[in-house]
Structure formats: C-alpha cells, structure tokens
Design a protein around this ligand. Structure first.
Ligand code: ATP
Length: 309
C-alpha cells in the first residue's frame, strides 16, 4: 500500500500542476481573447493609426446566436484622441462592442473601421497590440505582483512598473503585501480584493500604454474616493498623450466629463452627446443621472449623519 501511494501522490501533484498550467493558459487565452477562427487575410497589413485612432461602427449587426441579434444597425464614431463613454442597461451589448473591436468575433453585417481601415483587412496581431483593455474581471497569473503588472510590457524596468502602480494608486498597498512586489498573487498566491485586482489591471494597462484604451467597468469595485483619484490620473495621461479612450461605466459620475457619451439601448444608439446636452434633452440619460445623483446625495447625507452621531 505504501509503495503504491507514493507514486499516486506524485501523480496527483503532477496532475494538479498540469491542471493549473492549463488554467493559466486558459486565463492567458481569455486575456488575449484569442479566437482561432479569426485569421489574417493573405494581404493583411499592420494597422496604421494615421488619424490618431478614430473608431467607426458602420451599420454593424451581430448576434452570438442567429436568432438573437445583440447589435442592430449600429452607427457610431469614436473621435480620435477623445474620451468617450458608453452607457446603457445591463445586457444591451456594451462589452460585445469591445469584443467586436478586438476581433474576438467578426461582425455579421456592416463594418468597423479604425482610421478608415476595415479591421478585417489588418493583421489581427497589430490590431490587438494597439488596443489596451481593462476587462470587467481581470485574470491574474499565478506569479508575482511585478510580473502581473509587467505583462503589459515585458521589457519594462522595475522603475516603470512602480511608476505605473503609483498612477493606479496601488504602490502603497503593494508595499504592505508580505513580499512587496515579489508577492505571489493569483489562485495559488495571496488573495487580493476586487479593488486591488482592478488597480493591478490598470497598472498593467498604463504600463502597456497602447494608442487605444478600453475600460470595461474598470473601477467598479473601488470606493468612490479611490475611483476619483485614479480617474484624475488616467484623465491627465489620456489628455496629455491624446489617446482615444472608451469607458463602459454604470456609475455616471466617472464618465460625465467625457467628450462624448453614447447611450445604448438594445444594441442601438438611443442618445448621444455631451453630459450637458443629454441632461437638457431630458431622455434616458437624464433620468439615469438624476436617479444616481439622488442616491449619491442620500448616501452622503447618511454618511454625514453617522459622522455627526
Ligand atoms: P453588462 O452591463 O451587464 O456588462 P453589456 O451591455 O456589456 O452588459 P454584453 O456583455 O455585451 O452586455 O452582452 C449582451 C448580450 O449578449 C447579453 O444578453 C448576453 O447574455 C449576451 N452574450 C454575451 N456574451 C455571450 C456569449 N459569449 N454567448 C452568447 N451570448 C452572449
């Protein structure tokens, strides 16, 4: 029995290791949104950002299943170098737009252009390299904090990693981890909070510094104070570098200062404009804004009452 149990234990640990590395691979694939069915055309060229990264959806149609369209005749332009927000009820197709832009899936009608190039005509690799994403739930690798950030730019120096972490307001927290930047995180490492995970993901993106940035509910797990402090940093980086950025957000306070706000409803554009224009219009956005402001003010009053008490 003893003789048998040793190799079995050994096999068990090999199995666990193998399973874990498969999990890591899976995470990596999810992160890169690799879809093997999407390939370069023989004459595909690298994406050329000649206009600074203007994104245009022209009559785009898409559904995951043929009988259930998700994006319907969608037309919208995300101007180069601007901060654009996409808002709308859960399930209206916001993350799907990102997946289409990233070519995790191809459109079924219409086309998506970046600086006048149909994204199906450019090399997928160069497209994906140009777009940085902070997804709703960022996978962490079973590796150190430093490596998890460095994944954004493999050859970055330690100083660059730390600078990115500072901008994402996570540097101080990292210093409180047992081994600082050497602390292992991920499923087999230190359990970290959702907000810490989001800040690591933001550091990764800031380090990567891509021309097009996409934030999908990237700060939703943070408290309002931290969220606003980070947004100030991100806004100033985006402005300074003239980056095109898209924010998907439920909390309108994080995006109300966008150059353009697009309100989606059931896969089409319901309203579009600046915060001021949309509030004056008194439509879906205005209602959402006023509901959230009431909630925000009520919470503020509650907090004040508690501190006074
Ligand atoms: P949320 O605000 O909740 O993140 P969203 O607006 O980003 O929602 P999407 O994630 O784009 O919405 O999803 C749009 C619709 O497509 C939803 O009804 C969803 O159930 C469906 N959907 C999303 N991903 C898939 C998939 N891989 N296969 C099938 N249906 C999907």
């Amino acid at each position: 029995v003893f003789q048998l149990s040793v190799p079995l234990n050994f096999l068990g640990s090999v199995y666990r290791e193998l399973r874990q590395s498969l999990l890591d691979m899976e995470t990596l694939f999810n992160l890169q949104k690799v879809n093997v069915s999407i390939m370069d055309k023989p004459d595909a060229k690298p994406l050329a950002l000649s206009k600074g990264g203007e994104i245009r959806f022209e009559n785009v149609n898409f559904g995951y299943h043929p009988d259930r369209p998700i994006v319907k005749n969608l037309n919208l332009t995300i101007p180069a170098g601007k901060k654009v927000a996409i808002v709308g009820p859960s399930g209206c197709g916001k993350s799907t737009l990102l997946r289409l832009l990233f070519r995790s899936y191809d459109v079924q009608g219409g086309r998506i252009l970046i600086d006048d190039q149909d994204i199906r005509d450019v090399q997928v690799d160069s497209l994906r390299r140009s777009i940085g994403v902070v997804p709703q739930d960022t996978p962490l690798f079973n590796d150190t904090v430093e490596h998890n950030i460095r994944y954004g730019k493999i050859d970055a120096t330690r100083e660059e990693v730390v600078a990115a972490a500072r901008r994402a307001h996570i540097d101080e927290t990292i210093h409180r981890f047992p081994d600082g930047y050497e602390t292992k995180v991920g499923e087999r490492g230190l359990m970290i909070s959702g907000g810490e995970k989001q800040r690591l993901a933001l550091s990764r993106l800031l380090l990567k510094d891509p021309p097009l940035l996409f934030f999908d509910e990237a700060t939703s797990a943070l408290d309002t104070h931290t969220e606003q402090a980070i947004m100030v940093n991100i806004n100033s980086i985006l402005r300074e570098k003239g980056r095109t950025s898209v924010f998907v957000a439920h909390r309108l306070r994080t995006i109300f200062d966008s150059d353009l706000i697009i309100v989606l409803k059931e896969g089409s554009v319901a309203e579009m404009g600046t915060h001021r224009e949309l509030v004056d219009r008194d439509g879906v956005y205005a209602q959402l804004w006023s509901a959230q402001e009431t909630l925000f003010n009520d919470e503020g009053t509650e907090r004040e009452k508690k501190t006074e008490g």
